[in-house]
Design a protein around this ligand. Structure first.
Ligand SMILES: C[S@@+](CC[C@H](N)C(=O)[O-])C[C@H]1O[C@@H](n2cnc3c(N)ncnc32)[C@H](O)[C@@H]1O
Length: 313
């Protein structure tokens, strides 16, 4: 199975692993990052989440070859805090999020993520959920689709594309990615289509909606921050600006001194930020990595560290 782990070295170094670290991989995928983490924490434990059962099957075998001190949870990472508490874990030393879809998910024809091939419209990371791309395309109103394409795809022609989809689905159900791409091209005309590739934006928007990618991230980040021990770190690898903006804003918010006390000569301990941003500019892949894996081009890694405990409040 061909799978590149993006920014692998940089993310692993960012986690500052120790032999006995307790680490969470929120997005196990095919276990590229996790197997390296497991190697470096022989006296610790790895908790790994993924909602894709195919990925879990593959990653489990891969991890078993490295060690036994790991627990895989077939759950959405947004449930991280309660799922770990159920296992008796209330604090951890590091959490990794490597967001988005994996290369095997994109490359596998029956998953329906790709606009480059003709596949059944699907795009679910979790094959057990009922909301898929076909449901979105057929049950959302014209206004809902336009809003989705604009917000999650940042597509200028969102209204026109939504109108064409609604027109097309009234005549015949839209079954495949190729049919959807053709409708998008008809809506915007060949010139705009080949110049700006709106299908990328539309597929991104549908994928985000089907998998609730942004809402899950917004829910999970505060929980992840609260799980960190002092000295513990969160590394997040994002692949588009909407995700990156969420991470950047949350990290900024929790690492800044409260406006109320900013001007004071000595800031009371209770008001000191509990976190510190490790890298103000996101880490991006090297030219070599981008050459080897073109999908890494948009990747950005942000790291935050816990510097104070709750008790100091
Ligand atoms: C980019 S891949 C991770 C690749 C992995 N780091 C590796 O090196 O093999 C992202 C993975 O996260 C999973 N995923 C995305 N959102 C998720 C969520 N909310 N909960 C659980 N898993 C999620 C996807 O199913 C996918 O397998």
């Amino acid at each position: 199975m061909k799978h590149y782990s993006v920014l692998k070295q940089e993310a692993i170094e960012g986690l500052k692993l120790r032999k006995n670290s307790i680490i969470v991989d929120a997005t196990l995928g095919y276990g590229g990052h996790s197997s390296e983490i497991l190697k470096q924490i022989p006296e610790g434990h790895l908790y790994a989440f993924d909602k894709d059962s195919e990925a879990i099957m593959y990653a489990k075998e891969r991890l078993e070859k490295v060690g036994s001190s790991f627990t895989i949870l077939h759950q959405d990472y947004k449930t991280m805090k309660s799922a770990l508490l159920d296992l008796g874990v209330s604090k951890v030393d590091g959490i990794l999020f490597d967001l988005g879809v994996s290369s095997p998910q994109l490359d596998d024809e029956h998953r329906g993520f790709s606009f480059m091939r003709d596949e059944v419209l699907d795009m679910r990371m979790n094959q057990e959920q009922s909301l898929d791309a076909k449901v979105v395309i057929h049950t959302y109103s014209k206004e809902q689709l336009a809003d989705l394409f604009f917000r999650y795809g940042e597509e200028k022609q969102s209204k026109k594309i939504a109108a064409y989809i609604v027109q097309a689905r009234e005549k015949k159900s839209i079954e495949t990615t190729k049919e959807l791409v053709d409708i998008i091209q008809n809506a915007v005309g060949a010139n705009y289509f080949y110049k700006t590739h709106p299908e990328r934006n539309i597929f991104q928007a549908i994928r985000i909606e089907v998998n609730q990618e942004l809402t899950n991230l917004e829910k999970a980040l505060p929980d992840a921050l609260s799980l960190l021990n002092v000295g513990g770190r969160i590394c997040v690898i994002t692949f588009h600006s909407l995700e990156d903006r969420i991470v950047k804003n949350v990290f900024k918010q929790v690492s800044e001194v409260d406006e109320m006390v900013k001007g004071l000569p000595v800031i009371p301990k209770a008001y000191l930020p509990k976190y510190r941003i490790v890298n103000h500019k996101p880490i991006v892949p090297s030219a070599q990595e981008m050459k080897e894996n073109s999908r890494s081009r948009s990747a950005k890694l942000r790291i935050i560290e816990r510097i104070h405990d709750d008790e100091k409040e």
